[in-house]
Ligand binder design. Structure first.
Ligand SMILES: Cc1ncc(COP(=O)(O)O)c(C=O)c1O
Length: 402
């Protein structure tokens, strides 16, 4: 019999879409893959060169658990420059991705009986990590009518005497929405008053399209530095998902606890990746701006194509590279009943892979990644339109198994 905790979590549903699409692609099927949660760009050349140089210099051994000092220093320097917050090297840990950073933090801060408030729609890993820590996830909702903006009020209303933490992801996967500084300030003030941890996942912080105020680290540091943890990642900003390099910044005792936990799981982030991440953080940032400009072009094209017929409604994302359209108008009790069925039917009938909103605790929506070429996006939108036309005319011929 497996340990009880395994009953609380399943494999990440966002990964399952990729697996299914991959299986079809391996069979030679021309799948338009809009399921990917990762950039399609190659890792920028100067970052790859730093990785190669690390290998050539035999920088291929264990490092300190919390990461090489130069990188911890560079991460602190980056947050100081970008947000005006001060973290010492001892307040930074380098991990195998932002995901491991968040996992370490969940293990360090949350335990049996603790309630941890986070938002839906939201990235399912946050919820499942809370469950793995034996704690209880509590979801507060954001709504398309508000552009999915993360508001303070529902967080405040969800706080109970058992609340131990609040986890916020801005820009949010899957909505692309932001939390404003004012709304976070209200949450932070209350959290400070009640001694509640606030964890801020800034994985998409470099991919915000317009220059809106988003100095969330400063909001937290000014109000509850001793109760705040910030996580980030090289994955999305620098197209480095496979290198597995992320980090957390927080009070020394939290980072020490994370380091102890990590020392008994993965030890350190890959030595080569750490050197590459150092080059990413210290090098010119034009590559990020270029990728963001391309995401913006794609966002605008795919939003327009998908909403042209009026059957699908969509909030324009403020950050990241996914859309989260509302498909509830095309669902019906005697046709395709749920967004999960829609995602499955689109994959089966039109070979378009996208992720059902159910994966993000948001039935009635689908997540469409535009981390793919404009040409593939146009093809994907055309296939989705053709499918929806068939549905509307009642002429869709479901294939076996759809
Ligand atoms: C919201 C969010 N946070 C954190 C991560 C972690 O990414 P990584 O582990 O690649 O740094 C992801 C990855 O998809 C994400 O979507």
């Amino acid at each position: 019999m497996l340990a009880q905790r395994t009953t609380r979590v399943g494999a990440s549903p966002t990964m399952q879409v990729l697996l299914e699409a991959d299986r079809l692609k391996r069979q030679g099927v021309d799948v338009v893959d809009l399921g990917a949660g990762e950039p399609d760009f190659p890792t920028p050349e100067h970052i790859k060169a730093a990785g190669r140089a690390a290998i050539d210099a035999d920088f291929t051994k264990y490092t300190a658990t919390a990461g090489i000092p130069e990188l911890r220093h560079a991460i602190a320097a980056r947050y100081r420059a970008d947000y005006g917050v001060d973290y010492a090297e001892s307040e930074v840990i380098v991990c195998a991705g932002g995901k491991q950073a968040l996992y370490n933090v969940a293990m360090a801060l949350f335990g049996a009986g603790d309630e941890v408030v986070t938002h839906a729609p939201g990235w399912p890993t946050i919820t499942d990590q809370v469950r793995l820590a034996d704690a209880i996830p509590v979801h507060v909702r954001s709504y398309p009518e508000d552009g999915f903006a993360l508001k303070a009020e529902p967080f405040l209303a969800a706080i109970t005497p058992a609340t131990r933490g609040i986890v916020i992801n801005s820009p949010c996967n899957p909505t692309g929405a932001l939390m404003s500084e004012d709304e976070l300030a209200m949450v932070a003030d209350e959290a400070a008053r009640r001694g509640i941890w606030v964890v801020l996942d800034l994985c998409y912080e470099s991919l915000i399209y317009d220059p809106v105020p988003h100095n969330l680290p400063k909001v937290l540091v000014d109000r509850l530095r001793d109760l705040a943890v910030i996580t980030g990642s090289a994955s999305k900003a620098y197209s480095m998902t496979g290198w597995r390099c992320g980090w957390a910044l927080g009070p020394k005792n939290v980072i020490a606890a994370c380091t102890a936990i990590q020392s008994h799981s993965t030890s350190n982030a890959c030595s080569i990746s750490q050197r590459a991440a150092l080059a990413a953080l210290q090098g010119a940032q034009d590559c990020v701006a270029e990728m963001l400009a391309e995401y913006r072009r794609r966002r605008d094209v795919i939003c327009e194509l998908l909403t042209a017929s009026g059957r699908i409604r969509c909030v324009t994302p403020a950050g990241g590279f996914v859309l989260f359209p509302d498909v509830s108008d095309v669902l019906s009790p005697d046709g395709i009943r749920t967004s999960a069925e829609l995602a499955q039917a689109l994959l089966t009938d039109e070979h378009v892979a996208l992720t059902a909103g159910e994966a993000f605790d948001a039935p009635g929506f689908v997540r469409i990644s535009y981390a793919t070429s404009l040409e593939r996006l146009r093809e994907g939108a055309a296939r989705i339109e053709r499918f929806l036309d068939g549905l509307a005319r009642g002429t869709r011929q479901p294939r076996a198994g759809s």
